[in-house]
Design a protein around this ligand. Structure first.
Ligand SMILES: [Zn+2]
Ligand SMILES: [Zn+2]
Length: 214
């Protein structure tokens, strides 16, 4: 089934579907069950199909209490709270995208050890001061800035020995990641943990080649 252009425009305005793909699930009476169908299917398609006919969306959430962080685009893997509110635990294994809320954490039997996510915008103390360097081999401003930064870093090891740089890769595959980090004199975050750090520090509005001193 498909619609002509005008009706499509009216519908996408009505349901505010500006980003595609979007899946709006409606009840037989036309009430909106969820406008987040794509994500609900991605997270738990079978469960979503069970729950939609009951007129309910898979995702639910609650009001944050004071000081609680709202993980806007994250769903709890067990209870489907999205946004996930409060403390969030996850696994750093590349193949695991598990996210657990504080209620589901004690009941979990995940095969790997879990870590609590640090909360963005909260202050944590570091023993050294640290620059987190986001860059990618395919990006030309990065290729220019890496040798300059490497020079500065070598000097800093004498004048400010507590200074560390950590490379967080925005490369798309393991091979370019490995080639690029071979050129760097500092520490590297494994490619599979990069996504976590990017979530905290990288502002996509900035140039790829960025150095943060948190
Ligand atoms: Zn949960
Ligand atoms: Zn895991």
């Amino acid at each position: 089934m498909y619609l002509d252009r005008d009706r499509l425009k009216t519908l996408s305005e009505k349901f505010n579907a500006k980003i595609v793909p979007a899946l709006i699930v409606l009840s037989p009476t036309g009430d909106k069950i969820t406008s987040n169908g794509v994500e609900e299917v991605r997270v738990a398609s079978k469960k979503a199909l069970e729950i939609w006919p009951q007129g309910k969306s898979l995702f639910w959430s609650r009001e944050p209490r004071e000081g609680e962080y709202v993980w806007q685009y994250t769903a709890c893997t067990v209870c489907y709270m999205r946004p996930l509110i409060g403390s969030r635990h996850g696994c750093t294994h590349q193949e695991c995208s598990i996210a657990l809320c504080e209620t589901c954490l004690p009941k979990n039997n995940h095969e790997h050890p879990l870590v609590e996510y640090l909360m963005p915008k909260r202050t944590y103390s570091l023993e050294a001061f640290i620059g987190i360097y986001f860059c990618a081999h395919w990006c030309s401003p990065c290729r220019d800035s890496t040798p300059k930064l490497a020079e500065l870093y070598k000097e800093a090891q004498e004048s400010a020995p507590g200074f560390r740089i950590v490379f967080v890769s925005c490369d798309r595959d393991e091979e370019s990641f490995n080639n690029y980090r071979a050129e760097m004199p500092w520490l590297t975050v494994p490619l599979n943990a990069s996504a976590v750090l990017k979530e905290y520090f990288w502002d996509p509005g900035e140039y790829m080649s960025s150095l943060f001193i948190p």
